[in-house]
Structure formats: structure tokens, C-alpha cells
Design a binder for this molecule. Structure first.
Ligand SMILES: [Zn+2]
Length: 301
């Protein structure tokens, strides 16, 4: 079965014209910066950009596995978020999409937000709006209905959208840079193990560990609709966040016979291979690899 995300219905995701890093205590956040450009908010079709989203996410994980300093983490996360927006962890991590209705929120087991999977909903809410005061961003629950309270015009413009979107598209909505980096690292680790297994480059024990890492990957699913505009029904995925869309696309990509994602044999970068036989991400890497090969050959002679 071959999946082509581009053939599915477009799904728009919102990002801000700019972002910035901001500290709250020791925690480093990625924060929308609505003043950064003329287009305060931009919409783009997530699934049409999924190839480059995956490549950029995996490369972010690759770089950050070796570099633990705040500057590298910020630079990587900033590059990604400026292009695609924040990941939407707030709505993706809870087991229940209506989490604001209850006093406590339960998070999925392998979430990146909190090791403790049960939190007071109020604390959970505040975690994502660390720089907003109560007048700018708060919520009320009346008769089983959530309402976002705000004195901000930019926030009010989202009033007609779902609660989900009023949260993660808010100009006050932030994500910790560490969440983004940990997620990218985890995805890269899984992908690297998959490539290592395909290359047959490991001993039995490492092979066993690699399989375990891939088998542990668990994704709880993504809602979908069926579009019936013509005579042929079509799946229309309804991700609640960028992260949910990435998780699904990653799984389909990895398990597809024609997986176009590869690791450059020279520099280690993840790249999208238009040619299924490609081994290098650029002609520069291919040439350099050939130079090394012929040097080694000369040495051997
Ligand atoms: Zn390369």
C-alpha cells in the first residue's frame, strides 16, 4: 500500500511571521513575535511540506544529540519553528482532547512535557502561557463548555476557531526549546537505527537494541474524515497539531517500500532522495567521498 500525502486534502497549519527565544527562570522558551513581520500569521499546507519538515526535524535531532548547549539548541529550534511554527504539544500530549473540562489532565506516557503523567489542568495551562497574565490569557468552564478569556485583539481574532486552535495559535502560546529538541532527538534516534539495520552494520547485540528502540515507538493515532466530493472517497486527516501530523507521516514514510529519506554516507545529514539510488546529499559530498576512496585505494597499493 503506497501513501501519498499530497493526494490527500490540504490541511492548513498556522505559524507566526517571527519567533524569539525567551527565558523564564532557567527555562528557555520559543515565543511568537507578532511584530517581526508584516504577515502576523501565515497559513500553509502541512502535508505538502511534509518531506522537508521531516528532513529538518531529523537533522535538528542529529545535531542536538552531540551538542547540549543552549545556543545550539536555540538555533536549531528557531530554524525549524520559523519555517513551520510551533509543534502544538499542548493539545497533542493529553489523552483526552477535551482536557480543559476536567480538574486534572492526563498525559500520554511518552510525552515530552512532564514525566508525571497527571497534572492539575490549571498548572498545565500555565505551562504553555508563561509570559501572559490572567487578563491576556485564561479560560473558564461553564456548563461543560470551555471559553478562552482575553483582553487581546489578536487573541480575539481566533474566537471563531476551535478551542484547540485558540490555544496553539495564540500569540501567547509558547513551547520549551527542550521539548522540541527532545522530540527531534527521539525521532532521529529511531530513524538512525532503521538506517543502521538496513545497512547491516551492527553486531547482534546492537541489532537487538536497535529493533527494541524502533518497536517501542508508539503513536496513538490521528482523527480523520472521509471526503466524498466526487465518486471516489478520500481520506482527509484531521491532525490537531503539527506534531500529530509529523508522527503519522514519519511512520508511513519509514514503513513505505520507497522510503525516500536517507542519511548521507559522507556527512551524515538526513536528506530527501529524489533518486532512490542516491547515497549522498550533495555533489560536494559525493566528490569528497570519491577523493577519500581513491586515496585509501592508493595507500593500499
Ligand atoms: Zn553529505
Amino acid at each position: 500500500m503506497e501513501f501519498n500525502f499530497k493526494s490527500n486534502s490540504a490541511y492548513s497549519y498556522m505559524k507566526y511571521g517571527g519567533y524569539q527565544g525567551k527565558y523564564k527562570g532557567k527555562e528557555y522558551y520559543m515565543v511568537p513575535n507578532p511584530e517581526a513581520s508584516i504577515n502576523i500569521r501565515d497559513l500553509y499546507d502541512m502535508f505538502s511540506k511534509m518531506d522537508s519538515i521531516l528532513v529538518d526535524l531529523l537533522n535538528m535531532g542529529r545535531i542536538c544529540i552531540d551538542a547540549e548547549d543552549d545556543q545550539t539548541k536555540f538555533t536549531c529550534a528557531y530554524f525549524f519553528v520559523e519555517k513551520y511554527g510551533l509543534l502544538g504539544f499542548m493539545v497533542e500530549a493529553p489523552t483526552n482532547p477535551d482536557f480543559l473540562l476536567n480538574e486534572e489532565v492526563t498525559l500520554k506516557e511518552n510525552n515530552f512535557i512532564n514525566k508525571n503523567c497527571v497534572m492539575k489542568t490549571k498548572d498545565y495551562f500555565d505551562l504553555f502561557f508563561p509570559f501572559a497574565n490572567n487578563d491576556e490569557m485564561s479560560y473558564t468552564v461553564t456548563n461543560g463548555k470551555v471559553e478562552i478569556e482575553t483582553n487581546s485583539d489578536l487573541q480575539r481574532m481566533l474566537n471563531r476557531t476551535s478551542i484547540n486552535d485558540q490555544l496553539i495559535y495564540s500569540s501567547f502560546y509558547c513551547e520549551k526549546i527542550d521539548w522540541i529538541i527532545e522530540y527531534a532527538k527521539k525521532m532521529y534516534k529511531i530513524f538512525k537505527k532503521y538506517v543502521d539495520l538496513a545497512n547491516n552494520s551492527m553486531d547482534d547485540y546492537d541489532e537487538y537494541k536497535a529493533r527494541e528502540i524502533i518497536n517501542d515507538y508508539y503513536f496513538s493515532g490521528i482523527p480523520y474524515k472521509i471526503n466524498m466530493y466526487g465518486n471516489i472517497p478520500e481520506i482527509s486527516w484531521q491532525p490537531n497539531s503539527l506534531k500529530q501530523a509529523i508522527d503519522m507521516a514519519f511512520g508511513f514514510m519509514l514503513c513505505s517500500e520507497k522510503n525516500p529519506l536517507k542519511i548521507c554516507k559522507h556527512c551524515g545529514k538526513v536528506f530527501y532522495a529524489k533518486n532512490p539510488k542516491a547515497e549522498y546529499d550533495s555533489s560536494k559530498c559525493r566528490n569528497q567521498a570519491n577523493v577519500y576512496k581513491s586515496r585509501n585505494k592508493n595507500k593500499a597499493e
